[in-house]
Design a protein around this ligand. Sequence first.
Ligand code: IPE
Ligand code: IPE
Ligand code: MG
Length: 263
Amino acid sequence: MPLIPSSTREIPETGAIPKHIAIIMDGNGRWAKKRFLPRIAGHTQGVEAVRGTIRACIEKGVSYLTIFAFSSENWRRPAEEVRLLMQLFLAALEREITNLHENGIRFRVIGDISKFDSRIISFIQRGEALTAENTRLNFTVAANYGGRWDIMQAIRKMIAENPGLATSFDETDIARYLAMAGAPEPDLFIRTGGECRISNFLLWQLAYTELYFTDTLWPDFDASALNQAIASYQKRERRFGRTSEQIADRQGNENAILNEDRV
Ligand code: IPE
Ligand code: IPE
Ligand code: MG
């Protein structure tokens, strides 16, 4: 697998359209509550918002979309909500995999899927295999995912496969084993639902990601909400540790790289 540039080791190429968008889809429960509906109705509507977001990302020319569907801490929810969420996940997989494939989308799941029902696991595996060669959009669902879990599993795997690294390893050695290895780090992070926190999402990968928080509840998130997030992203100056003057100066990149080599 080709190693993807790391934002702390080199300055990634950036453009007006984020290459990779990572989303915490929050606010489904509150969306339902406002309508006097059960929480699951918000989750069901949330799946529709995912479909719309995939379409909008393709139209915008985004290459990677990663969504947080179920965190390693979401098992703490009432058993009935967890059961219904699993049912919804299964139904969505069953219904959408062919669709994703027909639209040229590569589908992947990151997280500890061993904790899921065997039918869910087999749909995930089928979907990943079926869509492995697709390139129009890399669509990744984080399910039973936690940023700390990811870093821990990467270190464990790295040492299991390379016992020699147990005493001395660097960032690149770990990065190779992270669940998102092979994808560029997210350019833009979006969290709907008004909370301003990361909730154990892609801890490692968000190092230099532009963060965008909106009060919009996830089921209401649509192409225009995505456009607003991208418009906010386009106003940011991505310095990656450099000064504004260096960025204004077209030489900035080269100087920074030269200086880095000297230390
Ligand atoms: C996000 O919506 C979906 C999941 C975490 C599965 P929530 O269910 O957290 O909705 P709120 O935050 O209670 O409104
Ligand atoms: C984060 O949302 C996880 C997902 C969207 C899957 P939560 O609603 O679980 O986050 P907290 O508990 O408010 O931090
Ligand atoms: Mg929530």
